[in-house]
Design a protein around this ligand. Structure first.
Ligand SMILES: [Zn+2]
Ligand SMILES: [Zn+2]
Length: 187
């Protein structure tokens, strides 16, 4: 039985999440703001906890060396941020069915935030380190679920698996430059 369900505006993409989805982090990076039309609000799960139940509208756009983004080609909804270097899938929180029982815990990449709004909710803010860099959206955890991560053998993760080796070295470099959310971990 899924923990949460969700989908795009038209129903051509539907999914289920198992396990315990991560609290929501708001990403202010320029890529998220362009792709979503504003800030990207993401929960995250290990890929093994994600199941597509309707994918006829799903398309992928590789937005960087380290990630691709999934959207609905029929209605235009922005849904997924798929890391190509680790076993994590970001889910746009706005696509979840209510109630989610999730809480927003932090803002990341605030150095890349737009000048047309203010962040005033009192939540922790992290500057991010590279303007326009692809963030690892939900770094805010102590317990990395990779230990129990299921192999992403089925679609749509096959291409992610094939690029893993190439991406591993890049990931090591990127990791050192990306923001740490350890201060809010466990929130
Ligand atoms: Zn759709
Ligand atoms: Zn972002």
């Amino acid at each position: 039985m899924p923990t949460l369900t969700g989908g795009c505006l038209c129903g051509a993409v539907r999914y289920e999440l198992g396990g315990k989805p991560h609290p929501v982090v708001n990403c202010h990076c320029s890529q998220c703001r362009r792709w979503h039309g504003h800030v990207g609000a993401y929960t995250e799960v290990p890929k093994g906890d994600f199941t597509l139940v309707e994918e006829r509208g799903l398309r992928w756009f590789q937005s960087s060396e380290r990630a691709r983004r999934g959207f609905c080609a029929e209605c235009g909804s922005s849904l997924f941020w798929d890391s190509l270097v680790k076993d994590q899938l970001g889910i746009a929180a706005g696509t979840l069915d209510s109630p989610t029982h999730l809480k927003t815990i932090a803002h990341i990449y605030v150095e890349s935030a737009g000048d047309y709004y203010t962040i005033a909710d009192g939540l922790p803010t992290l500057p991010g380190s590279d303007v326009g860099a692809e963030p690892r959206h939900v770094r805010a955890r102590d317990v990395d679920p990779r230990g129990g991560g299921a192999a992403p053998g089925s679609t749509p993760w096959a291409s992610a698996a094939s690029s893993r080796a190439r991406a591993r070295a890049l990931h090591r470099v990127a990791r050192a430059r990306l923001p740490r959310l350890d201060g809010v971990a466990g929130a």
